[in-house]
Design a protein around this ligand. Structure first.
Ligand code: ADP
Ligand code: UDP
Length: 240
């Protein structure tokens, strides 16, 4: 039976609980939505359910392709058992087209294709607004060893390859996404956190319609409908 659990951390989108097993956490997905480093706040009905289920399906797909992830077991529509990890203080963004902060930082049109996938490193620090750094910063500042840095980039590109192919079959283009990594007590690296419309840009191949959190960030309307649509496509593409 479930015992009373210690809330370890409450973030913007999820709660993380300790369990009786020190190697296992439970995450609970909320409907709260934030953007622009917490300046814009809102609520997207049913988002937690979509993000939980979609993350778990995609983590399982990645595992099938040899990418280690934190996923252990879905407990309910909002709750999942995951490996308890020590997170790297970085967010890794992989881009296939120019969009979002890259478009505004360099003054380039959103949608411009990139000649090859681009891996970016950001320092995960809300107070500083998650600043862009380089892989060298992460190594020299001791956040990752050089071996880990290489592994992080290799895994990020593998995730991009697997997800891009799968989503293309569902009529969805993977424009960009953010990953987080953590290590277990033996020092092994895993893809962690979530892979969802909150953390990816998904564009409908036929119409260019945005099926992700940009609908919330940019007040485009149809937010809940977009989350439901992208979940429908992922669910259809992957057996339960
Ligand atoms: P944020 O911290 O950005 O507000 P969330 O609300 O999604 O984000 O909170 C989830 C937190 O849990 C994040 O800080 C994330 O780094 C962390 N996390 C995700 N997966 C794991 C894991 N397997 N082990 C430990 N921490 C994790
Ligand atoms: N992203 C994220 N969390 C962040 C920042 C970015 O999940 O704190 C995702 C975002 O959804 C997009 C990709 O990373 O899929 C690239 O985001 P970008 O740097 O363009 O920033 P944005 O303009 O989305 O804030």
């Amino acid at each position: 039976m479930a015992e009373v659990q210690e809330l370890r951390y409450e973030g913007k989108a999820k709660r993380v609980y300790a369990t009786a097993d020190p190697g296992v956490f439970e995450v609970e997905y909320k409907d709260d939505a934030t953007a622009f480093n917490g300046q814009k706040r809102g609520h997207i009905a049913g988002k937690g359910v979509v993000n939980n289920r979609m993350s778990n399906r995609l983590f399982r797909l990645l595992e099938q392709h040899g990418v280690p992830t934190h996923f252990i077991e879905e407990l309910s529509e909002r709750r999942t058992r995951v490996r308890a990890l020590t997170m790297l203080p970085v967010e890794i963004v992989v881009r296939n087209r120019i969009a979002g902060s890259l478009a505004s930082r360099l003054g380039l049109p959103e949608g411009t294709p990139l000649a090859q996938p681009l891996v970016e490193w950001y320092y995960k620090n809300d107070a500083l607004g998650d600043p862009l750094v380089s892989r060298a910063h992460a190594e020299v500042l001791g956040w990752v060893s050089p071996q880990e840095a290489a592994e992080v980039e290799r895994l990020a590109l593998a995730v991009n390859h697997v997800l891009r192919e799968f989503l293309a079959q569902q009529g969805v283009e993977l424009v960009d996404f953010k990953l987080e990594f953590g290590r277990d007590s033996a020092g092994r690296l895993y893809v962690a956190d979530e892979i969802s419309p909150d953390t990816c840009r998904f564009w409908d191949v036929a119409t260019g319609e945005k099926l992700d959190k940009d609908r919330f960030r940019r007040d485009l309307g149809g937010v809940e409908e977009a989350y439901a649509e992208i979940w429908k496509r992922v669910e259809r593409g992957l057996a339960p």
